[in-house]
Design a protein around this ligand. Structure first.
Ligand SMILES: [Zn+2]
Length: 194
């Protein structure tokens, strides 16, 4: 993931800005940019696949669809007092989940990898969305302060630390990496009291 605050890469904010969950302490950042064009290219294909699945028979564990995810985004935006225009796509994403600002139209696109999405329960999905909305909130309020910790702090206005913890664990399993939860989420107060 791009760590804008460390790179000092303010220029990234001028065009498209992309935020994703941090991969961990190891410098495994994939610098390749996810392109909206790619997302839009895959979207019709996904609809076709889903359409095909409907006719092939019921799926045992259907992933949430774009409409369901959009409904959660809207609900969380209300809860987090955000009014930004955030859309969602489900497409191959080597970062598993990310959000990108499309500057020329003033909207944000959140992209979920389908395999990662299928692995999330409803709490984890809400937490992952809240995290990405955290990045959107930061962009609108403090664009030069993009950090994972701040995105999580904003997310925790609407979701629990525990649910974010679970998302990170699943993310790291998918990516084959790990990271420091206390750094990303702040100290676990509940654990510390035990
Ligand atoms: Zn992030």
């Amino acid at each position: 993931m791009r760590k804008i605050h460390e790179d000092g890469a303010a220029h990234n904010l001028m065009q498209r800005t992309q935020f994703v969950f941090r991969l961990g302490n190891r410098s495994t950042q994939n610098k390749s940019k996810f392109s909206i064009a790619v997302a839009l290219f895959y979207l019709p294909a996904l609809f076709l696949v889903r359409f095909g699945c409907l006719h092939a028979g019921p799926q045992t564990t259907p992933s949430p669809n774009v409409d369901q995810i959009s409904a959660i985004i809207n609900e969380l935006c209300t809860q987090m007092q955000m009014s930004q225009d955030v859309h969602v796509t489900v497409a191959p994403n080597d970062r598993m989940v990310s959000v990108e600002r499309v500057s020329d139209v003033g909207m944000f696109i959140m992209c979920f990898d389908e395999r990662f999405l299928a692995d999330l329960d409803s709490d984890e999905l809400r937490a992952a969305i809240a995290h990405e909305l955290g990045h959107v909130w930061i962009f609108s309020h403090h664009p030069y302060l993009q950090t994972e910790a701040l995105a999580n702090e904003v997310a925790m206005r609407a979701v629990t630390r525990e649910s974010l913890e679970k998302v990170y664990k699943k993310l790291w399993t998918h990516l084959g990496t790990s990271g420091n939860l206390d750094e990303l989420l702040g100290p676990d107060v509940v654990q510390a009291r035990r």
